[in-house]
Design a protein around this ligand. Structure first.
Ligand code: HDD
Length: 708
C-alpha cells in the first residue's frame, strides 16, 4: 500500500475492530469511521511530532468502558494544543475580514517621494488588507453602526509599509493619551458587559459630551458612512497628515485616500439592524464570495500633497487629526490601484495574526508631529507583544517582509529562524559579508522643534465645531435626515438626562436645523437647550460636496446582488433577460423559490433555486423582483415570509421588479408605487431595474411603510 509515512506503510486496522453500528450497537470496540478515500490518496495523519497515527478516533483507555490513561500521548498533545488555540483578541478592531491582492502604481511619483513602490508606472506590490469594526468583539456582528478599520500592508522591496486607516477621514481625539478613555467609553460597560458593538449608551455619550474635539468624527460616525453596504463599497483614509520625501530630501505634507471603485454605498439603519440577525457575517461573506467568484474589489489610492505654505494658510492645524483638508482646497492626485483577488488560506494564520503598525514605514515617507500619530507609533508595536506572544511576530508568514531582511536581533519567544554564525552585533570585522547600513536606507527628516517641556495642547487645535458644521452642511437632505435620526436613536438609548442635554448643547453650536430635528425626534423643546460654551467660536466654512457620499461617491450597479423570487409559471424569457442584463452589468443574480426544489417556468422547464424563501430574506440583496403566474403567486401570498420579503425591500428603499403575477404579491404586501418599482415587461424596464441596484430611492422615505 503506498504511503508517505517515512519508514513504511500505515499500520493496518486491528482485525478485531469492527465498525460500531449506530442502529444495532454491534461492534464498536474502537468505533472506527469509514474513510471514503482510496488508499494512497491521503497523507498520513501524524502527531505534532510527526508520529504516524493509527487510530485518531478513540482515546487510550483501560477496557472499552474503563478509565482513560494518562499515558495517552495523542490525547494529551491534541487537547493541550486545542486548549491554547485562542490568542487575545485585538483590544479594538477585533472583528475583521481580510484578503490578499496587489497594488499597481498608476503614476510615477518620484517628483514627490522616493518610495520605490510608487516610483514607476505599472510597478506591482503585493498587499494584504484587513477591514474591521472598532468596538465589537471578534465574534460580534458585521453591521453595527461603527467606524470601519481599513488597514493595508504593502510588502514593498524596501520593507513593509502599513497604512492603518479608517473609512472616516478624521478621528475622535487629538492626543493618543485619550485613546484608552475613548475606547473604554465606547466598548461594553465594564460592570455589566453590554452593550456589545454599540455606541448607543451612556458612557460613550458622556465622554463625547465632555470632549468637544470628538464632535466632527461623531458627525461622521452618525452618518451613513458608519453603515457600509459592503466592505467593497467604502472609502479608506490614512487620517493623519504624513510627509512625503523625495530623493533630494525635499518634503511635503501628504494625506492618503482610498476610493472604492464600486462607489460608496450604505444600508439604511433598519436594514443594518435586520442584517445583524439575518446574516451576522454579512460583510465577511460578501467579501469572501465576491473574491471567490472573481468579482475582485478594487480601490484607487490618491494623495493630497501640500507644502508648508499651504498648511500655514489653512484655517486649522494640519497636525490635528480631528480635521480634514477639503478636496476643493487640495485636490487628490491618483497614484495607484489596489485589487484584492485572493482569499486567505487560513483565517487564524493570516487575518488574525496579521500585525499592522503605523510605525512600519518605508523610505520616501515620514511622520508628522500629529500627537495622535506619535502615540500610535508606540501602541501597535506594543500590543503585538501580548497579542502575538513576543517580538518575533514579524517572522509569521503574513507579517514577514517579502524582501530580504537581515539584522542582529536574536532569540526571544517564537523564534522561527536559525540565524547562523558568531556575529550578532555591529560594527564588526568578523563577518565582512554581514548586514551593514546603507545610504539608501530610511533616515528621519531633520527637524528643529523647540518649546517648553510640558503637557500642552496647541492653541491651533481649539476649534472643535467648524468642521462638524461644515460636514453637516455638505450633506444632501436625505443624508442630513439619517444623521439626525441616528443621533436621536443613540441619545434615546442614553439613560442619564444630563448627558443628553450636554450633547444637545453641542449640536446647538453645529447646526440649528440638526438640533431642531434631533429634538423633534426626542420630544425635547429645542428652545430650552442651553448651547455649550465653545473653546473657540465656530466659523462658517464653505460646504464641501466631496464629503457627501450621495453627491459624490455613487456608482453603477456593478458588484451588487439582485434576487428574483420565482414562483411557478414565471416567464422563462423574462428570467433569461434579467440574467443577461445582470451579467452584462457585473451584477450577481440569486434565484429564490418557495422551496429548494425550484419552480416550473411558463415553458415547462425547471428553474433551479439557489435558496429557499425562508433562508434568503430580501435584506440580503440590493434589488428584488417577484415573477410567477398570478394564481401561484396569490397562493404564496398567504405566507408572511413572502409578503415580508417585499415589505422589507420597500422599507429598505430597494428597487423592486415584478411581472403580472408578482404584482399580486405587491398588492398583498400593501406595497405602493414609485419610480423605483418596475413592471419588467420590456428590455428598458429590466435595464432600469438592474441599474437601480446601486441606488437608494430616498424620495421614497416618508411614504407609508418606510422610515421617515
Ligand atoms: Fe488604532 C488597531 C486604525 C488610533 C491603538 N487601529 C487598529 C486597526 C485599525 C486602526 C484599522 C486594526 C488593524 C488590524 O486590522 O489589525 N487607530 C486607527 C486609526 C486611528 C487609530 C485610523 C486614528 C487615526 N489606535 C489609535 C490610537 C491608538 C490605537 C490613538 C493608541 C494610542 N489600534 C490601536 C491598538 C490596535 C489598533 C490597540 C488594536 C490591535 C492592533 O492595534 O494591532 O494598538
Amino acid at each position: 500500500m503506498p504511503s508517505d509515512v517515512p519508514g513504511g506503510a500505515p499500520t493496518p486496522a486491528h482485525p478485531s475492530r469492527r465498525p460500531f453500528d449506530v442502529a444495532t450497537g454491534a461492534g464498536g470496540e474502537t468505533h472506527q469511521h469509514v474513510d471514503p478515500r482510496q488508499p494512497g490518496q491521503a497523507r498520513a495523519l501524524t502527531s505534532a511530532q510527526g508520529l504516524p497515527v493509527a487510530d485518531g478516533q478513540n482515546s487510550l483507555r483501560h477496557g472499552a468502558r474503563g478509565p482513560g490513561l494518562l499515558e495517552d500521548l495523542l490525547l494529551r498533545e491534541k487537547i493541550t494544543h486545542f486548549d491554547h488555540e485562542r490568542i487575545p483578541e485585538r483590544v479594538v478592531h477585533a472583528r475583521g475580514s481580510a484578503a490578499h491582492g496587489s497594488f499597481e502604481c498608476l503614476q510615477d511619483c518620484s517628483d514627490i517621494t522616493r518610495a520605490h513602490f510608487l516610483g514607476q508606472k505599472g510597478r506591482k506590490t503585493p498587499v494584504f488588507a484587513r477591514f474591521s469594526t472598532v468596538a465589537g468583539g471578534a465574534g460580534s456582528v458585521d453591521t453595527p453602526r461603527d467606524v470601519r478599520g481599513f488597514a493595508v500592508k504593502f510588502y514593498t522591496e524596501q520593507g513593509n509599509f502599513d497604512l492603518v486607516g479608517n473609512n472616516v477621514p478624521v478621528f475622535f481625539v487629538q492626543d493618543a493619551i485619550k485613546f484608552p478613555d475613548l475606547i473604554h467609553a465606547v466598548k461594553m460597560e465594564p460592570d455589566r458587559g453590554f452593550p456589545q458593538a454599540a455606541s448607543a449608551h451612556d458612557t460613550f455619550w458622556d465622554f463625547i459630551s465632555l470632549m468637544p474635539e470628538s464632535l466632527h468624527m461623531v458627525m461622521w460616525a452618525m452618518s451613513d458612512r458608519a453603515l457600509p453596504r459592503s466592505l467593497r463599497m467604502m472609502d479608506g483614509f490614512g487620517v493623519h497628515t504624513f510627509k512625503v520625501v523625495d530623493a533630494e530630501g525635499r518634503w511635503q505634507f501628504v494625506k492618503f485616500h482610498w476610493r472604492a471603485d464600486l462607489g460608496v454605498q450604505s444600508t439604511t439603519w433598519h436594514e443594518a439592524v435586520t442584517l445583524a440577525g439575518a446574516d451576522p457575517d454579512f460583510h465577511r461573506r460578501d467579501l469572501w464570495e465576491a473574491i471567490d467568484r472573481g468579482d475582485c474589489p478594487s480601490w484607487t489610492l490618491g494623495l493630497q500633497v501640500f507644502d508648508q505654505a499651504t498648511a500655514d494658510d489653512l484655517p486649522f492645524d494640519v497636525l490635528d487629526p480631528t480635521k480634514l483638508v477639503p478636496e476643493e482646497r487640495v485636490p487628490i492626485r491618483t497614484v495607484g490601484r489596489m485589487v484584492l483577488d485572493r482569499n486567505p488560506d487560513n483565517f487564524f494564520a493570516e487575518t488574525e495574526q496579521v500585525a499592522f503598525c503605523p510605525s512600519h514605514l518605508v523610505p520616501g515617507f515620514d511622520f508628522s508631529n500629529d500627537p495622535l500619530l506619535q502615540g500610535r507609533l508606540f501602541s501597535y508595536l506594543d500590543t503585538q507583544l501580548s497579542r502575538l506572544g513576543g517580538p518575533n511576530f514579524h517572522q509569521r508568514l503574513i507579517n514577514a517582509p517579502r524582501c530580504p531582511f537581515h539584522h542582529h536581533q536574536r532569540d526571544a519567544q517564537g523564534q522561527m529562524q536559525v540565524p547562523r554564525g558568531r556575529v550578532a552585533y555591529e560594527p564588526n570585522t568578523l563577518d565582512p559579508t554581514g548586514p551593514r547600513e546603507t545610504p539608501q536606507g530610511f533616515a528621519s527628516l531633520a527637524a528643529t522643534d523647540e518649546g517648553p517641556k510640558a503637557r500642552l495642547r496647541a492653541e491651533s487645535f481649539a476649534d472643535h465645531h467648524t468642521q462638524a458644521r461644515q460636514f453637516h452642511r455638505s450633506l444632501t437632505p436625505p443624508e442630513q435626515r439619517h444623521l439626525a435620526a441616528a443621533i436621536a436613536f443613540e441619545l434615546g438609548q442614553v439613560r442619564t438626562p444630563a448627558v443628553r442635554q450636554r450633547v444637545l448643547g453641542h449640536l446647538a453650536l453645529i447646526d440649528d436645523a440638526l438640533l431642531a430635528e434631533v429634538c423633534r425626534r426626542l420630544g425635547v423643546e429645542a428652545g430650552r437647550v442651553a448651547p455649550a460654551t465653545p473653546v473657540r467660536a465656530p466659523r462658517d466654512a464653505d460646504p464641501s460636496p466631496a464629503l457627501s457620499q450621495l453627491a459624490s461617491r455613487q456608482a453603477g450597479p456593478k458588484g451588487r446582488d439582485v434576487a428574483l423570487l420565482l414562483v411557478d409559471g414565471a416567464s422563462a424569457a423574462v428570467v433569461q433577460a434579467v440574467a443577461e442584463t445582470a451579467a452584462a452589468e457585473g451584477v450577481k443574480l440569486t434565484r429564490i423559490a418557495p422551496t429548494l426544489a425550484g419552480v416550473t417556468a411558463d415553458d415547462g422547464i425547471l428553474l433551479p433555486a439557489d435558496h429557499a424563501l425562508d433562508s434568503a430574506p430580501s435584506v440580503l440583496f440590493d434589488a428584488v423582483a417577484v415573477l410567477g403566474a398570478p394564481a401561484d403567486v396569490q397562493a404564496l401570498a398567504a405566507r408572511p415570509a413572502a409578503t415580508d420579503w417585499l415589505r422589507m425591500a420597500w422599507r429598505h428603499l430597494k428597487t423592486i421588479g415584478h411581472d403580472a403575477g408578482g404584482a399580486e404579491l405587491l398588492q398583498a404586501a400593501g406595497i405602493g408605487q414609485d419610480d423605483a418599482v418596475f413592471a419588467l415587461d420590456d428590455a428598458a424596464a429590466i435595464r432600469r431595474f438592474i441599474a437601480g441596484a446601486s441606488l437608494r430611492r430616498h424620495e421614497r422615505e416618508g411614504l407609508p411603510g418606510t422610515d421617515a
